[in-house]
Design a binder for this molecule. Structure first.
Ligand code: NAD
Length: 347
Protein backbone atom coordinates (compact mmCIF):
# COMPACT_ATOMS: atom_id res chain seq x y z
CA UNK A 1 0.00 0.00 0.00
CA UNK A 2 1.17 3.53 -0.84
CA UNK A 3 -0.86 5.64 1.55
CA UNK A 4 -1.32 9.40 1.56
CA UNK A 5 -2.22 10.58 5.07
CA UNK A 6 -3.68 14.09 4.94
CA UNK A 7 -3.32 15.97 8.24
CA UNK A 8 -0.85 13.44 9.62
CA UNK A 9 1.05 15.98 11.74
CA UNK A 10 -1.83 16.49 14.18
CA UNK A 11 -2.86 14.48 17.23
CA UNK A 12 -4.70 11.47 15.76
CA UNK A 13 -2.90 11.49 12.40
CA UNK A 14 0.55 11.26 14.00
CA UNK A 15 -0.53 8.40 16.29
CA UNK A 16 -2.01 6.66 13.23
CA UNK A 17 1.19 7.05 11.18
CA UNK A 18 3.34 5.66 14.01
CA UNK A 19 0.95 2.70 14.38
CA UNK A 20 0.94 1.92 10.63
CA UNK A 21 4.73 2.22 10.17
CA UNK A 22 5.28 -0.22 13.05
CA UNK A 23 2.68 -2.70 11.81
CA UNK A 24 3.38 -2.67 8.05
CA UNK A 25 7.12 -2.52 7.21
CA UNK A 26 6.34 -2.71 3.46
CA UNK A 27 3.88 0.22 3.27
CA UNK A 28 4.91 3.68 2.10
CA UNK A 29 3.37 6.58 4.00
CA UNK A 30 3.25 10.15 2.70
CA UNK A 31 2.18 12.65 5.34
CA UNK A 32 0.55 15.60 3.51
CA UNK A 33 -0.09 18.40 6.02
CA UNK A 34 -0.48 22.17 5.85
CA UNK A 35 1.11 22.59 9.29
CA UNK A 36 -1.45 24.92 10.80
CA UNK A 37 -0.94 25.89 14.45
CA UNK A 38 -2.17 22.34 15.31
CA UNK A 39 0.26 20.53 12.97
CA UNK A 40 3.48 19.60 14.72
CA UNK A 41 6.31 17.63 13.10
CA UNK A 42 7.75 17.00 16.58
CA UNK A 43 4.85 14.50 16.96
CA UNK A 44 6.69 12.28 14.47
CA UNK A 45 10.32 13.00 15.39
CA UNK A 46 10.92 9.32 16.21
CA UNK A 47 9.90 8.12 12.72
CA UNK A 48 11.27 10.88 10.49
CA UNK A 49 14.31 8.77 9.53
CA UNK A 50 12.12 5.78 8.61
CA UNK A 51 12.66 5.16 4.84
CA UNK A 52 8.95 4.35 4.45
CA UNK A 53 7.92 7.78 5.73
CA UNK A 54 7.90 11.08 3.78
CA UNK A 55 6.56 14.45 4.84
CA UNK A 56 5.17 16.88 2.27
CA UNK A 57 3.89 20.30 3.25
CA UNK A 58 0.61 20.93 1.44
CA UNK A 59 -2.96 22.10 1.73
CA UNK A 60 -5.87 19.77 0.89
CA UNK A 61 -7.69 22.65 -0.80
CA UNK A 62 -4.85 22.92 -3.35
CA UNK A 63 -5.99 20.28 -5.84
CA UNK A 64 -3.23 20.95 -8.36
CA UNK A 65 -0.46 20.31 -5.84
CA UNK A 66 -2.34 17.38 -4.32
CA UNK A 67 -2.52 15.74 -7.77
CA UNK A 68 1.21 16.28 -8.29
CA UNK A 69 2.08 14.65 -4.96
CA UNK A 70 -0.29 11.73 -5.58
CA UNK A 71 1.22 11.08 -9.01
CA UNK A 72 4.82 11.47 -7.84
CA UNK A 73 4.37 8.99 -4.99
CA UNK A 74 2.04 6.63 -6.93
CA UNK A 75 -0.53 6.75 -4.12
CA UNK A 76 -2.98 3.80 -3.96
CA UNK A 77 -4.92 4.71 -0.77
CA UNK A 78 -5.79 7.94 1.02
CA UNK A 79 -6.93 8.73 4.55
CA UNK A 80 -7.71 12.22 5.76
CA UNK A 81 -7.38 13.67 9.25
CA UNK A 82 -6.87 17.19 7.87
CA UNK A 83 -9.29 19.57 9.55
CA UNK A 84 -9.77 22.61 11.69
CA UNK A 85 -10.76 20.85 14.89
CA UNK A 86 -11.16 23.21 17.82
CA UNK A 87 -14.87 23.74 18.54
CA UNK A 88 -14.30 26.99 20.51
CA UNK A 89 -12.35 28.51 17.62
CA UNK A 90 -15.22 27.63 15.25
CA UNK A 91 -17.59 29.55 17.54
CA UNK A 92 -15.47 32.59 18.39
CA UNK A 93 -14.20 33.50 14.91
CA UNK A 94 -12.43 31.85 12.01
CA UNK A 95 -15.51 29.85 10.99
CA UNK A 96 -14.62 30.37 7.31
CA UNK A 97 -11.38 28.37 7.76
CA UNK A 98 -13.48 25.48 9.10
CA UNK A 99 -15.72 25.45 6.03
CA UNK A 100 -12.76 25.79 3.64
CA UNK A 101 -10.83 22.84 5.04
CA UNK A 102 -13.53 20.59 6.52
CA UNK A 103 -16.00 20.85 3.63
CA UNK A 104 -14.25 22.19 0.52
CA UNK A 105 -11.03 20.35 1.41
CA UNK A 106 -12.85 17.01 1.52
CA UNK A 107 -14.41 17.73 -1.88
CA UNK A 108 -10.90 18.41 -3.27
CA UNK A 109 -9.65 15.12 -1.83
CA UNK A 110 -12.57 13.31 -3.46
CA UNK A 111 -11.69 14.87 -6.82
CA UNK A 112 -8.08 13.80 -6.32
CA UNK A 113 -9.21 10.23 -5.57
CA UNK A 114 -11.41 10.22 -8.68
CA UNK A 115 -8.87 11.79 -11.04
CA UNK A 116 -6.01 9.53 -9.93
CA UNK A 117 -7.94 6.25 -9.68
CA UNK A 118 -7.09 5.80 -5.98
CA UNK A 119 -8.41 2.44 -4.71
CA UNK A 120 -9.90 3.64 -1.42
CA UNK A 121 -10.27 6.78 0.69
CA UNK A 122 -11.19 7.00 4.37
CA UNK A 123 -12.57 10.36 5.54
CA UNK A 124 -12.07 10.62 9.29
CA UNK A 125 -15.04 12.43 10.77
CA UNK A 126 -16.73 12.88 14.10
CA UNK A 127 -19.82 11.86 16.09
CA UNK A 128 -20.48 15.59 16.58
CA UNK A 129 -22.16 15.65 13.14
CA UNK A 130 -25.12 13.78 14.69
CA UNK A 131 -25.92 16.64 17.08
CA UNK A 132 -26.71 15.90 20.72
CA UNK A 133 -28.35 13.16 22.77
CA UNK A 134 -30.23 13.84 26.00
CA UNK A 135 -29.12 12.77 29.48
CA UNK A 136 -32.46 11.09 30.16
CA UNK A 137 -32.36 8.70 27.20
CA UNK A 138 -30.44 5.46 26.61
CA UNK A 139 -30.22 5.96 22.85
CA UNK A 140 -26.80 6.05 21.16
CA UNK A 141 -25.77 7.30 17.74
CA UNK A 142 -25.98 4.61 15.06
CA UNK A 143 -24.87 4.99 11.45
CA UNK A 144 -28.56 5.63 10.62
CA UNK A 145 -28.96 8.56 13.02
CA UNK A 146 -29.69 11.67 10.91
CA UNK A 147 -26.89 14.20 10.62
CA UNK A 148 -27.96 17.39 12.45
CA UNK A 149 -24.93 19.32 13.76
CA UNK A 150 -25.26 22.12 16.31
CA UNK A 151 -22.00 24.03 16.05
CA UNK A 152 -19.96 25.39 13.13
CA UNK A 153 -17.12 22.85 13.50
CA UNK A 154 -19.53 19.92 13.30
CA UNK A 155 -21.54 21.52 10.47
CA UNK A 156 -18.37 21.96 8.41
CA UNK A 157 -17.39 18.31 9.07
CA UNK A 158 -20.93 17.22 8.12
CA UNK A 159 -20.52 19.12 4.82
CA UNK A 160 -17.48 16.96 4.05
CA UNK A 161 -19.33 13.78 5.01
CA UNK A 162 -22.29 14.62 2.78
CA UNK A 163 -19.90 15.33 -0.08
CA UNK A 164 -18.42 11.83 0.38
CA UNK A 165 -21.89 10.30 0.11
CA UNK A 166 -22.66 12.39 -2.98
CA UNK A 167 -19.39 11.38 -4.70
CA UNK A 168 -20.05 7.70 -3.92
CA UNK A 169 -23.62 7.83 -5.28
CA UNK A 170 -22.80 10.05 -8.27
CA UNK A 171 -19.30 8.93 -9.30
CA UNK A 172 -18.78 5.66 -7.38
CA UNK A 173 -15.74 7.31 -5.74
CA UNK A 174 -14.59 4.60 -3.28
CA UNK A 175 -14.85 6.47 0.02
CA UNK A 176 -15.65 5.44 3.58
CA UNK A 177 -16.75 7.93 6.27
CA UNK A 178 -16.04 7.32 9.96
CA UNK A 179 -17.75 8.94 12.95
CA UNK A 180 -15.55 8.60 16.00
CA UNK A 181 -16.09 9.84 19.54
CA UNK A 182 -13.68 11.97 21.64
CA UNK A 183 -10.05 10.79 21.58
CA UNK A 184 -7.46 11.00 24.36
CA UNK A 185 -3.79 10.01 24.50
CA UNK A 186 -0.29 11.36 23.73
CA UNK A 187 0.51 14.23 21.34
CA UNK A 188 -2.78 16.13 21.68
CA UNK A 189 -2.68 19.90 21.25
CA UNK A 190 -3.22 21.37 24.74
CA UNK A 191 -6.26 23.48 23.87
CA UNK A 192 -8.30 20.25 24.12
CA UNK A 193 -9.86 19.23 27.43
CA UNK A 194 -7.65 16.41 28.73
CA UNK A 195 -4.15 17.82 28.04
CA UNK A 196 -5.33 21.34 28.95
CA UNK A 197 -6.61 20.15 32.33
CA UNK A 198 -3.47 18.08 32.96
CA UNK A 199 -1.26 21.17 32.45
CA UNK A 200 -3.55 23.39 34.51
CA UNK A 201 -3.64 20.84 37.34
CA UNK A 202 0.14 20.43 37.33
CA UNK A 203 0.57 24.23 37.46
CA UNK A 204 -1.76 24.46 40.48
CA UNK A 205 -4.23 26.56 38.49
CA UNK A 206 -8.03 26.41 38.25
CA UNK A 207 -9.55 23.92 35.82
CA UNK A 208 -12.36 25.80 34.00
CA UNK A 209 -15.34 23.45 33.64
CA UNK A 210 -18.11 24.63 31.30
CA UNK A 211 -21.63 25.02 32.71
CA UNK A 212 -22.71 22.33 35.18
CA UNK A 213 -19.94 19.93 34.04
CA UNK A 214 -22.52 17.24 33.27
CA UNK A 215 -21.68 17.02 29.59
CA UNK A 216 -21.14 13.42 28.53
CA UNK A 217 -18.45 12.40 26.07
CA UNK A 218 -17.67 8.82 24.95
CA UNK A 219 -13.86 8.65 25.34
CA UNK A 220 -11.65 6.43 23.15
CA UNK A 221 -7.89 5.91 23.42
CA UNK A 222 -6.23 7.31 20.29
CA UNK A 223 -4.48 4.07 19.23
CA UNK A 224 -7.81 2.24 19.40
CA UNK A 225 -9.04 4.76 16.85
CA UNK A 226 -5.92 4.09 14.73
CA UNK A 227 -6.61 0.34 14.92
CA UNK A 228 -10.18 0.86 13.72
CA UNK A 229 -9.03 3.00 10.79
CA UNK A 230 -6.44 0.39 9.81
CA UNK A 231 -9.22 -2.23 9.72
CA UNK A 232 -11.44 0.01 7.58
CA UNK A 233 -8.64 0.81 5.12
CA UNK A 234 -8.31 -2.93 4.54
CA UNK A 235 -11.80 -4.33 5.09
CA UNK A 236 -14.25 -1.41 5.12
CA UNK A 237 -16.85 -1.26 2.34
CA UNK A 238 -16.75 1.83 0.10
CA UNK A 239 -19.90 3.93 0.27
CA UNK A 240 -20.47 2.97 3.93
CA UNK A 241 -20.34 4.93 7.19
CA UNK A 242 -18.79 3.38 10.32
CA UNK A 243 -19.15 4.60 13.90
CA UNK A 244 -16.09 4.20 16.16
CA UNK A 245 -16.36 4.37 19.95
CA UNK A 246 -15.25 2.35 22.97
CA UNK A 247 -18.56 2.45 24.91
CA UNK A 248 -17.06 4.70 27.55
CA UNK A 249 -19.41 7.53 28.51
CA UNK A 250 -18.05 9.95 31.13
CA UNK A 251 -19.12 13.39 32.23
CA UNK A 252 -16.57 16.20 31.91
CA UNK A 253 -16.74 16.54 35.70
CA UNK A 254 -15.83 12.86 36.20
CA UNK A 255 -12.83 13.20 33.88
CA UNK A 256 -11.77 16.43 35.64
CA UNK A 257 -11.96 14.77 39.07
CA UNK A 258 -9.95 11.75 37.86
CA UNK A 259 -7.18 14.01 36.53
CA UNK A 260 -6.98 15.83 39.88
CA UNK A 261 -7.04 12.52 41.78
CA UNK A 262 -4.22 10.96 39.72
CA UNK A 263 -2.11 14.10 40.19
CA UNK A 264 -2.89 14.36 43.92
CA UNK A 265 -4.44 17.78 43.49
CA UNK A 266 -7.40 19.18 45.46
CA UNK A 267 -10.95 19.40 44.09
CA UNK A 268 -10.81 23.11 44.98
CA UNK A 269 -8.89 23.55 41.70
CA UNK A 270 -12.21 23.06 39.87
CA UNK A 271 -13.85 26.26 38.68
CA UNK A 272 -17.24 26.44 36.98
CA UNK A 273 -17.23 28.88 34.05
CA UNK A 274 -19.89 30.21 31.71
CA UNK A 275 -21.19 27.51 29.40
CA UNK A 276 -20.15 27.20 25.76
CA UNK A 277 -22.93 28.34 23.37
CA UNK A 278 -24.62 25.45 21.57
CA UNK A 279 -22.95 22.94 23.94
CA UNK A 280 -24.07 19.38 23.06
CA UNK A 281 -25.25 17.57 26.19
CA UNK A 282 -24.30 13.99 25.43
CA UNK A 283 -22.53 11.91 22.78
CA UNK A 284 -22.65 8.11 22.76
CA UNK A 285 -21.61 5.76 19.99
CA UNK A 286 -23.17 2.47 19.00
CA UNK A 287 -20.11 0.75 17.48
CA UNK A 288 -21.70 -2.64 16.72
CA UNK A 289 -21.04 -2.37 12.98
CA UNK A 290 -17.25 -2.05 13.29
CA UNK A 291 -17.14 -4.54 16.18
CA UNK A 292 -18.78 -7.08 13.83
CA UNK A 293 -16.05 -6.37 11.29
CA UNK A 294 -13.46 -7.49 13.87
CA UNK A 295 -12.35 -4.35 15.74
CA UNK A 296 -11.38 -4.95 19.37
CA UNK A 297 -10.39 -1.88 21.41
CA UNK A 298 -7.45 -2.31 23.79
CA UNK A 299 -8.93 0.30 26.15
CA UNK A 300 -12.62 -0.53 26.64
CA UNK A 301 -14.62 1.21 29.39
CA UNK A 302 -13.05 -0.79 32.24
CA UNK A 303 -9.55 0.31 31.17
CA UNK A 304 -10.32 4.03 30.87
CA UNK A 305 -8.64 4.91 34.16
CA UNK A 306 -5.50 3.03 33.08
CA UNK A 307 -5.51 4.84 29.72
CA UNK A 308 -5.95 8.19 31.43
CA UNK A 309 -3.13 7.47 33.90
CA UNK A 310 -0.82 6.46 31.02
CA UNK A 311 -1.76 9.66 29.18
CA UNK A 312 -0.96 11.82 32.22
CA UNK A 313 2.39 10.07 32.69
CA UNK A 314 3.19 10.63 29.01
CA UNK A 315 2.61 14.41 29.30
CA UNK A 316 4.65 14.50 32.51
CA UNK A 317 7.57 12.61 30.95
CA UNK A 318 7.69 14.38 27.58
CA UNK A 319 8.67 17.77 28.94
CA UNK A 320 10.66 18.81 25.86
CA UNK A 321 7.71 18.11 23.55
CA UNK A 322 5.48 20.12 25.89
CA UNK A 323 7.87 23.08 26.24
CA UNK A 324 8.52 23.29 22.48
CA UNK A 325 4.78 23.17 21.83
CA UNK A 326 4.03 26.06 24.20
CA UNK A 327 6.90 28.03 22.67
CA UNK A 328 5.42 27.53 19.20
CA UNK A 329 1.95 28.39 20.49
CA UNK A 330 3.30 31.64 21.99
CA UNK A 331 4.97 32.58 18.70
CA UNK A 332 1.63 32.08 16.90
CA UNK A 333 -0.29 33.95 19.61
CA UNK A 334 1.76 36.13 22.02
CA UNK A 335 -1.35 36.56 24.24
CA UNK A 336 -1.70 32.84 24.93
CA UNK A 337 -1.73 31.97 28.63
CA UNK A 338 0.67 29.12 29.30
CA UNK A 339 -0.26 27.13 32.43
CA UNK A 340 2.37 27.71 35.12
CA UNK A 341 3.56 31.01 33.68
CA UNK A 342 2.65 34.31 35.31
CA UNK A 343 3.90 37.66 34.04
CA UNK A 344 6.40 35.86 31.83
CA UNK A 345 7.98 33.83 34.64
CA UNK A 346 7.36 30.27 35.83
CA UNK A 347 5.38 29.88 39.02
N1 NAD B 1 -9.70 14.77 18.47
C1 NAD B 1 -10.83 14.09 18.56
O1 NAD B 1 -11.28 13.76 19.66
C2 NAD B 1 -11.58 13.67 17.31
C3 NAD B 1 -12.68 12.81 17.44
C4 NAD B 1 -13.34 12.38 16.29
C5 NAD B 1 -12.91 12.80 15.03
N2 NAD B 1 -11.84 13.65 14.95
C6 NAD B 1 -11.39 14.04 13.59
O2 NAD B 1 -10.09 13.49 13.42
C7 NAD B 1 -9.30 14.34 12.61
C8 NAD B 1 -7.99 14.66 13.32
O3 NAD B 1 -8.27 15.30 14.55
P1 NAD B 1 -7.09 15.79 15.51
O4 NAD B 1 -7.65 15.91 16.86
O5 NAD B 1 -5.89 14.95 15.27
O6 NAD B 1 -6.84 17.26 14.92
P2 NAD B 1 -5.56 18.20 15.03
O7 NAD B 1 -6.12 19.58 15.07
O8 NAD B 1 -4.64 17.76 16.10
O9 NAD B 1 -4.81 17.96 13.64
C9 NAD B 1 -5.32 18.42 12.40
C10 NAD B 1 -4.19 18.36 11.38
O10 NAD B 1 -4.72 18.75 10.11
C11 NAD B 1 -3.78 19.66 9.51
N3 NAD B 1 -4.53 20.53 8.58
C12 NAD B 1 -5.45 21.47 8.90
N4 NAD B 1 -5.92 22.04 7.79
C13 NAD B 1 -5.30 21.45 6.73
C14 NAD B 1 -5.36 21.61 5.33
N5 NAD B 1 -6.18 22.53 4.76
N6 NAD B 1 -4.58 20.84 4.54
C15 NAD B 1 -3.74 19.92 5.10
N7 NAD B 1 -3.62 19.73 6.44
C16 NAD B 1 -4.40 20.49 7.24
C17 NAD B 1 -3.17 20.42 10.67
O11 NAD B 1 -1.93 21.02 10.34
C18 NAD B 1 -3.02 19.31 11.71
O12 NAD B 1 -1.80 18.63 11.56
C19 NAD B 1 -10.15 15.57 12.32
O13 NAD B 1 -10.70 15.44 11.04
C20 NAD B 1 -11.23 15.54 13.38
O14 NAD B 1 -12.42 16.13 12.92
C21 NAD B 1 -11.17 14.09 16.05
Amino acid sequence: MRLLVAGGAGFIGSNFIRYMLAKYPDYKIINYDKLTYAGNLENLKDVEENPNYTFVKGDITDLEYLNKVIKKHRITHLISFAAETHVDRSIHGGTKEFVLTNTLGVQMLLDAVRINGIEKMVNVSTDEVYGALRLDEKRKFTEKTPIWPNMPYAAAKAGGDLMCNAYWVTHKTPVIVTHCSNNYGPYQYPEKLIPFFIFKALAGEKLPVYGDGLYIRDWIYVTDHAKALDLLLHKGKPGEVYNIGADNERSNMEVTKLILKFLNKPLSQIEYVEDRPGHDRRYAIDASKILKLGWVPDYPMEKFEQGLRETIVWYQKNTKWVEDLWEKAKQANPHIKVPGEKNGGKK
